[in-house]
Design a binder for this molecule. Structure first.
Ligand code: C2E
Ligand code: MG
Ligand code: MG
Ligand code: MG
Length: 286
């Protein structure tokens, strides 16, 4: 009955709709305030060379700790910030702080190849005309070398040929910055973009890693992705590695790198430094 009796009545039957809108509005206002007050923090998750057991880099992951209803997941507040455009100042904050944090971490380690930082960049940021300038400023202010910066994008950014994105990626690559495809295999895009865009790294999504080694079809898929990457000269990072059996299989299939709770969860900068320096001259995750 509600369906056929018009908008006003339909609304009356769904008061939770209005409540939802109020909640979203509230969250949006608080998000704006939080961006102004810089109420966010960054955690860092080690990226590990699977064969050597060395930490080679850290992925920066944003947190919004000071919320009334406890921690709001980044999936939630990043999506909201994307919708409202608030991702531009928030993304700039992430980039600047991640670069500064890792530059500081690098100054404390004697490793010949200092760890890099990988920063998630959302689709809207990739289309922002100010983004390249923001990257340059983050490097200038922090003193981080471009070779120590990796930028992550999702397949949605690459669904169709796009001259702006193409030129931007080439400029970043020429500066020495690496580009990684995050959540590889979960998007709707074709594989053509691997030919058309200058990608350096594939991050195999956790959903593919979850069911190995038990699921033969998943194993075959992951092995296929690793071969494809190898043929194209791309690095591979397995996301969400939680068990030793996964690690061993991935290593034997030639997957170069991994991240996951098996090694370490996302940690604050102090803990990250402790892990990095635990064996500054020996592998950390044997
Ligand atoms: P992502 O970039 O794919 O990051 C990986 C997510 O998997 C992180 O969730 C991480 O904490 C989690 N993770 C890592 N290892 C494991 C594991 O072994 N098991 C399980 N179950 N989970 C693991 P998190 O931190 O909640 O972030 C979720 C997503 O939010 C990220 O997915 C990314 O898409 C987005 N995000 C986070 N920070 C930022 C940011 O600064 N900017 C943008 N644009 N997006 C961000
Ligand atoms: Mg990521
Ligand atoms: Mg991912
Ligand atoms: Mg993701």
């Amino acid at each position: 009955a509600a369906k056929t009796s018009g908008k006003r009545q339909w609304r009356r039957f769904r008061p939770e709709l209005r409540e939802n809108m109020a909640k979203r509005h509230d969250l949006r206002v608080r998000l704006g305030r939080a961006i102004e007050e810089e109420e966010f923090s960054l955690l860092y998750q080690p990226v590990v060379d699977l064969a050597a057991g060395e930490v080679v880099g850290f992925e920066a992951l944003a947190r919004w700790p000071h919320t009334r209803r406890g921690l709001v997941s980044p999936l939630q507040f990043i999506a909201l910030a994307e919708e409202t455009g608030q991702i531009t100042p928030l993304g700039a904050w992430v980039l600047r702080n991640a670069a500064a944090d890792i530059a500081r971490l690098q100054s404390r380690t004697a490793r010949p190849v200092p760890p890099y930082v990988s920063v998630n960049v959302s689709a809207r940021q990739w289309r922002d005309t100010g983004f390249l300038g923001e990257v340059r400023r983050s490097l200038d202010i922090s003193g981080l070398r471009p070779e120590s910066l990796q930028l992550e994008l999702t397949e949605s950014v690459l669904v169709r040929r796009d001259d702006h994105i193409d030129a931007l990626l080439r400029t970043l690559k020429n500066m020495g910055i690496r580009i990684a495809v995050d959540d590889f295999g979960t998007g709707f895009s074709s594989l053509r973009y691997l030919r058309d865009f200058p990608i350096d790294v594939l991050k195999i999504d956790k959903t593919f890693i979850d069911d190995i080694p038990e699921e033969p079809r998943q194993v075959a898929l992951v092995e296929g992705i690793i071969r494809l990457a190898d043929t194209l000269g791309l690095q591979v990072i397995a996301e969400g590695v939680e068990g030793q059996a996964q690690r061993e299989l991935l290593t034997s299939m030639g997957c170069g790198f991994g991240q996951g709770f098996l090694f370490a969860p996302p940690m604050d900068l102090g803990e990250s430094e402790t892990v990095l320096l635990r064996h500054d001259d020996a592998p950390t995750f044997r």
